[in-house]
Design a protein around this ligand. Structure first.
Ligand SMILES: Cc1cc2nc3c(=O)[nH]c(=O)nc-3n(C[C@H](O)[C@H](O)[C@H](O)COP(=O)(O)OP(=O)(O)OC[C@H]3O[C@@H](n4cnc5c(N)ncnc54)[C@H](O)[C@@H]3O)c2cc1C
Length: 454
């Protein structure tokens, strides 16, 4: 009898297992694929670090940073180079840098005059009464259509490859949502928070965008290495049953059958996989609302160029393309401007995202068509004028969970399952935020709560 079994060896499952182990539990992780890490993939080719999934993460608080240090990854941490401060948004067919301070915002052409007036008068707008509403409805109400088209729309693309008409403001951007609920508006809220921090004398943690020398896969690789042989890959779960003593799992691996028993069970697979797990019918029924959680379809194209073959300075994080300006491209990250070691000397590495919620048909193009679309767009927007040295496409049919209006009902079903089966914990990037750091911390906290429940 073990203390816990974790199904799913992505960042969420590994983080939960790591915390369980840290608290003394005897735990195993069952991962379906050949290697753990889930969407965190990366390989070196011809001097380029090719990453199609996550390429950075935001350290949002001191405990997140402490987890990275505790994993022994402190020496591996990379911070963005000074050259990567700018963020570009396409307006009228060309990338325009976002203003870096309020004064330069006055003259910046990303927002029209109407958009700027909308932003300036946000603090005058009253509190909304809705319990939940779409991001688009919230932004139109508080900031206007231009701000939606050229600021928040691209932000939704950058984080969720999502459509602001579908995303829930309450769940997709909970911090901004709560500023309105608590303080009556976002500007009022930002000022209010600043005053509270000053009064309490607590300095704000300065968020840091980071990656690792070996790329983002270093993070799950480090956790898996510290867990060792209890991470069992190529394991297909064939049956899950529950009784007063705990959980029994039958699984197959390379043609052989195995059975494991444990007091606790952590499920760490994507939401769309829940319905395919052989869980007891009562648990499946409770979790059934999750089956309709939408995921954005995305394709990524990694391209490596000689520096002189791109006219744009690439002096930033990347460029986002608003829906109105898009021909299938959501945006492009300037990977080699962000972190050292992404491209050989004299070359640059770019990662382009295609498709998303409002143009899913592009995410389904074959590799050849994707590469040609991206070449054309990089030519139009960044002045790329040669055949790339390296070019590789990857399909993500279900990339990022998109929290819809009414998502609370799905979260409630997860809470209900954990109340009915106290030895069960369900973790993943659809519960606690889609970003890597949020998924990691949510899984660590869930694991601690699971051990405390009896
Ligand atoms: C293209 C892309 C780009 C991203 N970019 C960023 C970024 O730049 N920054 C950032 O912070 N976040 C980014 N994210 C999000 C972030 O990386 C993820 O939210 C996080 O890594 C999710 O981890 P997870 O463990 O919840 O899910 P996953 O990584 O999906 O892991 C789930 C695991 O469960 C396994 N599994 C599935 N079914 C079974 C089964 N039946 N039995 C056993 N195992 C099973 C899968 O094989 C997988 O290993 C990106 C995501 C994608 C897809």
């Amino acid at each position: 009898m073990r203390d816990a079994i974790v199904i799913g060896g992505g960042l969420s499952g590994l983080s939960a297992a790591w915390e369980l182990r840290r608290r003394g539990a005897d735990v195993i992780v069952l991962e379906l694929l050949e290697r753990p890490g889930g969407v965190m993939i990366g390989e070196r080719r011809e001097g380029f670090l090719i990453e199609h999934g996550p390429s950075e993460m935001m350290l949002k608080n001191a405990s997140m940073e402490a987890q990275i240090q505790a994993l022994g990854l402190g020496e591996e941490l990379q911070r963005p180079s000074a050259n990567a401060q700018r963020r570009y948004i396409v307006r009228d067919g060309r990338p325009v840098a976002l203003p870096q301070n309020p004064l330069s915002g006055v003259f910046n052409p990303i927002l029209s005059l109407r958009g700027k007036l909308g932003l300036a008068s946000e603090w005058l707008r009253g509190k909304g009464v809705q319990d939940d509403e779409s991001v688009a409805a919230f932004v139109r109400r508080r900031l206007g259509q231009d701000f939606l088209d050229y600021a928040v729309g691209p932000l939704c693309s950058g984080i969720y490859a999502g459509d602001p008409e579908q995303l829930s403001m309450r769940h997709a951007f909970p911090v901004l949502w709560n500023l309105e609920k608590q303080y009556g508006g976002m500007i009022r809220g930002a000022i209010g928070k600043m005053r509270e921090r000053r009064a309490a004398g607590t300095p704000a943690y300065i968020k840091q965008l980071v990656s690792f020398r070996g790329g983002m896969r270093s993070l799950p690789d480090a956790i898996a290495a510290s867990l060792g042989e209890v991470v069992i890959c190529k394991a297909r779960v064939k049956g899950v049953s529950q009784d007063a003593g705990g959980w029994t799992l039958d699984y197959e691996r390379e043609g052989r059958s195995y059975c494991e028993r444990a007091r606790k069970l952590v499920i760490a697979v994507p939401a769309y996989e829940l319905a395919h797990l052989p869980l007891p019918a009562a648990i499946q029924d409770t979790l059934s609302p999750l089956a309709s959680l939408p995921y954005s379809p995305v394709a990524t194209v990694f391209t490596g160029f000689r520096r002189e073959d791109i006219a744009h300075a690439l002096d930033g994080f990347g460029v986002l393309v608003p829906r109105k300006e898009s021909r299938g491209l959501i945006g492009t990250l300037f990977l080699s401007s962000l972190f050292e070691g992404r491209a050989p000397e004299g070359c640059v590495a770019l990662l382009s995202f295609v498709g998303g919620m409002y143009s899913p048909q592009y995410a389904r193009l074959d590799a050849l068509a994707l590469c040609s679309l991206v070449r054309e767009e990089l030519g139009r927007l960044l002045g790329a004028r040669a055949v790339p040295l390296v070019e590789q496409a990857h399909h993500w049919p279900k990339a990022i969970p998109n929290f819809p209006v009414g998502y609370q009902a799905m979260l409630d079903s997860l809470d209900l399952a954990e109340q009915r089966w106290p030895g069960l914990s369900i973790v993943g990037n659809y519960r606690g935020g889609p970003a890597a750091g949020d998924s990691m911390m949510a899984a660590i906290n869930a694991a601690a709560r699971l051990l405390a429940r009896d």
